[in-house]
Ligand binder design. Structure first.
Ligand code: PRP
Ligand code: MN
Ligand code: MG
Length: 180
């Protein structure tokens, strides 16, 4: 039931790689005294970004994943987040970096930050590859952002449209071709 569409390149794989290199230098400074950073990817969208990010971070890391339920509409946004897959490790007293592919309304990241903060990490920081500030409903901004983008339907580099296109190496923008 998906409409016909084509994908136009919006951010090239090269630009993404260059941005990750720059962000990694900033993150390495922030966690220079950290024994082992817990890097938490939010499933599923962050799996490509986290893979590239941790390989660029020249720090000792543990990689963990968290999956939370998404919100269909604003009516549900104030509800507590449902954990579909919890972390394997305890994060109390540890330094944690949450990795997200995109912050849209901000409900996902804001719920995750609230959840993980309640577990008393020593330091909790967030990074999102993409940010759509024009769509924000929750009062949150990632500590590091790769690219601010306009309100376009984006796919690739982990991000799906109806579970497709996550494996595109770049960020593309969906353009519907049925004129609707
Ligand atoms: C997408 C995206 C972010 C979230 C952003 O995930 O990967 O996690 O939505 O939206 P928000 O800021 O409005 O909360 P989705 O729920 O589609 O799951 P997925 O990562 O498995 O694709
Ligand atoms: Mn997601
Ligand atoms: Mg999705």
């Amino acid at each position: 039931t998906t409409r016909p569409y084509v994908i136009d390149e919006m951010i090239s794989a090269k630009s993404i790689a260059a941005r990750i290199e720059a962000l990694s230098r900033e993150i390495a400074q922030e966690f220079a005294d950290t024994e082992q950073l817990v890097v938490v990817g939010l499933l599923r969208g962050s799996f490509v970004f986290i893979a590239d990010l941790v390989r660029e971070l020249r720090l000792p890391v543990e990689v963990d994943f968290l999956e939370v339920s998404s919100y269909g509409n604003a009516m549900e946004s104030s509800r507590e987040v449902r954990i579909l897959k919890d972390l394997r490790s305890a994060i109390e007293g540890r330094d944690v970096l949450v990795v997200e592919d995109i912050v849209d309304t901000g409900h996902t990241l804001s719920h995750v930050v609230r959840l993980l903060t309640s577990r008393n990490p020593r330091k909790l920081r967030t990074i999102a590859l993409l940010d759509k500030p024009s769509r924000r409903e929750a009062d949150i901004k990632a500590d590091w952002t790769g690219f601010e983008i306009p309100d376009e339907f984006v796919v690739g580099y982990g991000i799906d449209y109806a579970q497709a296109n996550r494996n595109l190496p770049h960020i593309g923008k969906v353009r519907f071709t049925d004129g609707g």
